[in-house]
Design a protein around this ligand. Structure first.
Ligand SMILES: *Cc1c(COP(=O)(O)O)cnc(C)c1O
Length: 465
């Protein structure tokens, strides 16, 4: 038969849709999805025939193909994955995991009406971010606070409120770019401010800020160098000194802490990061930080500072555009509450737990992971321990290496890169990394119960050639 005759003999869409009705595989699938998939399946076959590819035009073959397409369409796009990278705050993998209290509160608030914007006492309109304002002030020592969508939004909003049409003085060593196109100079221009760079990349002095002051100056801004470190012959001006200069020149001072923390990590063997309370105490007018970095809460941007400035921010129309949603607010309130008892916070907030876990406990996790993997896949690869380093990630603790004990896997019959791809493409996706031609799994970010999934997936992939 020539191609055109084969095409003529192709079953019609209506005929196929009648068959679909009696086919259990398509039960409960939205009709629009089924119709689209059957059409696509037919199209593919038509194209194959025209390209002289030998294909079956039976009803069964077309419906089987349609079923594959249906499965693809109904599969969720946002899925959970297993983070075996050891990077605790991995922006690509969703940053902070929420604590139990936050998850429960999201459910409580989401499935019911709430007082989101109702003042129950007066019966009048209430203010949504008041749910967290007192708590943030209590934990940071600030006079006032507001939470918005994210820290990029917080910076934009603060700059726009305080220094629109004015110059903002920033050290050249602090013109940060973090991932996902947040660049200080770009946010500055979008907020309607003019960037006034001072100092040099490695050294900036108080007199550099002082010399930059003119009638146009609206703000001194300090930006926490979240993801890099300038080393060697360096100098920078402390927030405290900048506040003193600001006071004498009548210029407000803001600090973007990026990943602000509420606890002093140096107590747990990590290098000291400035706490939000430190910055507030230094006398900054405004301090901004993220909700889902070291705080370990939901995506949010928190702005704290002097009442007068925060009041201005609250009445900026941009605040409405950047407002925090009620699910985030519910999660944020619950997460913040845990900080009233630091021990509890460390125990219950996953980010803090993963960052402060002792080396001894990491070794225990590694032991268990190794045993589980060896049981399933011991004959298919060389599997061993290696003492390495994890990275905190998320623009916190640049350059810090956290000692960890990883599992290394060297497949007998397959390349390491093929193993990495196989793990990533499996369901659930498992994200490890390759180092020195070995596949590496870091137990720090592997959650309890995921060991068996990792082991069985490894075994399944390693037997393939
Ligand atoms: C991460 C970061 C931001 C952006 O915070 P998001 O919460 O991701 O919007 C801004 N500034 C600095 C210095 C940061 O590290």
């Amino acid at each position: 038969m020539d191609k055109h005759n084969i095409l003529k003999n192709l079953p019609g869409v209506d005929h196929l849709l009648k068959l679909v009705k009696k086919d259990a595989r398509f039960l409960d699938i939205p009709r629009s999805v089924v119709v689209e998939s059957v059409r696509m399946s037919l199209d593919t076959i038509r194209k194959d025939i025209l390209s002289d590819i030998d294909v079956s035009i039976s009803d069964d073959a077309i419906l089987a193909n349609a079923h594959v397409l249906v499965q693809k369409k109904i599969k969720p796009r946002l899925v959970t994955i297993i983070n075996a990278t050891g990077v605790v705050l991995h922006t690509n993998l969703g940053r902070a995991l929420l604590c139990e209290d936050a998850l429960n509160n999201i459910k409580t608030i989401a499935q019911s009406y709430s007082n989101l914007e109702l003042n129950i006492k007066t019966g009048k309109r209430g203010i949504r971010y008041e749910a967290v304002e007192d708590l943030i002030c209590e934990l940071t020592g600030a006079q006032s606070a507001i939470a918005v969508n994210n820290n990029a939004g917080a910076v934009l909003l603060a700059l726009n409120t305080i220094a629109k049409d004015k110059q903002v003085v920033v050290s050249r060593g602090e013109l940060v770019e973090i991932g996902g196109s947040f660049r200080v100079p770009d946010v500055m221009s979008k907020s309607g401010c003019y960037l006034k760079e001072v100092g040099t990349t490695n050294r900036t002095h108080t007199k550099d800020y002082e010399n930059a002051v003119s009638d146009e100056t609206g703000l001194f801004l300090k930006v926490h160098a979240s993801n890099y470190k300038i080393e060697g012959f360096t100098a920078s001006v402390t927030l405290k000194d900048l506040v003193i200069l600001g006071k004498s020149k009548n210029i407000p001072v803001m600090e973007d802490l990026g990943s602000g923390t509420l606890i002093d990590f140096s107590k747990y063997g990590l290098p000291p990061e400035p706490t939000v309370a430190d910055s507030v105490h230094s006398g900054a007018d405004v301090v901004t930080f993220s909700g889902d970095k070291l705080l370990g809460g939901p995506q949010a941007g928190i702005i704290v500072g002097q009442k007068e400035t925060i009041d201005q921010i609250k009445s900026n129309p941009l605040t409405r555009a950047l407002r925090i949603d009620k699910l985030t607010l519910a999660a944020l309130e619950s997460t913040l509450k845990l900080y009233r008892d630091e021990k509890k916070a460390i125990l219950e907030i996953p980010t803090l737990r993963m960052l402060t876990i002792s080396f001894k406990d990491i070794c225990k996790k590694a032991d268990m992971l190794l045993k589980t993997i060896k049981k399933d896949a011991g004959s298919l690869a060389d599997i061993d321990f290696a003492d390495m380093n994890s990275r905190p990630g998320g623009g916190s603790f640049p350059e810090l290496n956290l000692p960890t004990r990883c599992i290394t896997i060297q497949p007998h019959k397959m390349s390491v890169s093929k193993l990495e791809i196989g793990m990533r493409l499996s369901s659930p996706s498992i994200i490890g990394r390759i180092e020195n031609d070995k596949y590496i799994l870091d137990p720090r970010t592997i959650q309890n119960g995921q060991e068996t999934i990792i082991a069985s997936t490894l075994a399944k992939i390693l037997v393939k050639k």
